[in-house]
Design a protein around this ligand. Structure first.
Ligand SMILES: [Zn+2]
Ligand SMILES: [Zn+2]
Length: 355
């Protein structure tokens, strides 16, 4: 696969060169069909659930199943896929690594190997040509940003040729036998994540209707909510919010507080892009970061170690100087070129993302 265009001049405002007609065609029909099913199916489930609940409410048991399933699979993604496997923010006992990988697989967001490879590439090329899901891909006009947000949220998964090769971006996971096994078991794990709420509902109510409702709320509704929260970190959190910390040139990751709770702290995305290996993303005062709290709990239990907690000096050193023009509400088009550090080479950028 041709490497993306790091040598191509990019001015921070134009569309990426790979948006030229035919440069990145749609993926094959199987990938398009499966992606469409995995994206539209949970949304359809959410619509059915809301329709059934209209005027009648939702059973407490169904809400509890939804909450438990959302927390387990969501923390699998944020603590496991993201902070542990992608960025190496801490080291974990083998059993916990496997448990996190299984929990995250249940989110229907891809295997450990594919998720990590894609995300490392996102950090290596943030918001410039080569980024698999930048909302700035189609330029910074109103039309371009609208297309770009849709692309960053979901459209990128339908394109061919934008995949991150695992041998380049996730060789450590490829070399890890347990991660290869979990990745191969992905279809079975996702199926189990639907079967478990169905079984719990059956056990609680003893009838098919109760089992199906539990499947709806603990399966499809849970998947839809978590998918769109995760995808919003890729789309909204690169466009909306504050950018108090410096990041690499063109990188527009922002701290977007409305998603802090549902994303378990991942929406403190500006600090994360400024300091990718930090185990804590919510670095400012009052920035709730549930994933960091869970990592701290695991540390106390002795299940994880070598946690990269950022010191106060490290956090302050990353703050932008006052008056750099990126305060709250700054429009994306004003941001591209200001006060960013010199751009590292592609290799060092990839290394930054990994280590
Ligand atoms: Zn990002
Ligand atoms: Zn990251």
């Amino acid at each position: 696969m041709p490497e993306p265009v790091t040598a191509t001049p990019y001015d921070g405002a134009s569309a990426f060169p790979d948006t030229e007609p035919g440069a990145l065609p749609l993926a094959g029909p199987v990938q398009v069909g499966v992606t469409a099913l995995l994206a539209a199916g949970p949304l359809a489930g959410l619509a059915v659930a809301l329709w059934l609940a209209w005027g009648r409410g939702v059973g407490l048991a169904d809400l509890a199943i939804l909450a438990v399933a959302y927390v387990i699979t969501g923390l699998g993604v944020t603590v496991g896929y993201h902070r542990l496997f992608t960025h190496g923010s801490f080291r974990a006992a083998p059993a916990l690594r496997v448990a996190l990988a299984i929990a995250a697989s249940m989110s229907f967001e891809g295997t450990p190997i594919s998720w990590v490879a894609t995300h490392r590439r996102h950090h290596a090329f943030s918001d410039r040509p080569g980024d698999p899901h930048s909302p700035f891909r189609y330029g910074t006009s109103v039309t371009g940003m609208s297309r770009g947000l849709l692309h960053a949220h979901i459209g990128w998964m339908f394109l061919r040729g934008d995949a991150a090769p695992a041998d380049r971006y996730a060789p450590d996971l490829l070399a890890d036998r347990s991660m290869r096994i979990v990745s191969r078991a992905f279809p079975a794990i996702t199926a189990a994540s639907l079967a478990i709420p169905f079984g719990v509902g059956w056990a609680l109510t003893g009838d098919l209707r109760g089992a199906l409702l539990a499947l709806l709320w603990g399966g499809l509704v849970r998947i839809a909510l978590l998918q769109h929260v995760t995808w919003s970190v890729n789309s909204l959190c690169h466009v909306l919010g504050r950018r108090p910390f410096s990041a690499r040139r063109f990188d527009r990751a922002a701290n977007f507080w409305p998603l802090a709770l549902p994303s378990f702290g991942e929406s403190w995305h500006n600090y994360h892009h400024s300091d990718p290996t930090s185990a804590r993303h919510g670095a400012g005062r009052g920035e709730v970061d549930i994933s960091a709290g869970v990592i701290a709990l695991f540390e106390r239990l002795g299940w994880v170690w070598d946690v990269r907690w950022p010191s106060r000096q490290r956090i302050e050193a990353r703050r932008r100087t006052p008056g750099s023009g990126t305060g709250p509400g700054a429009a994306p088009r004003r941001l591209p070129l200001d006060c960013a550090p010199p751009e590292p080479s592609r290799e060092s950028a990839a290394a930054t993302a990994v280590h």
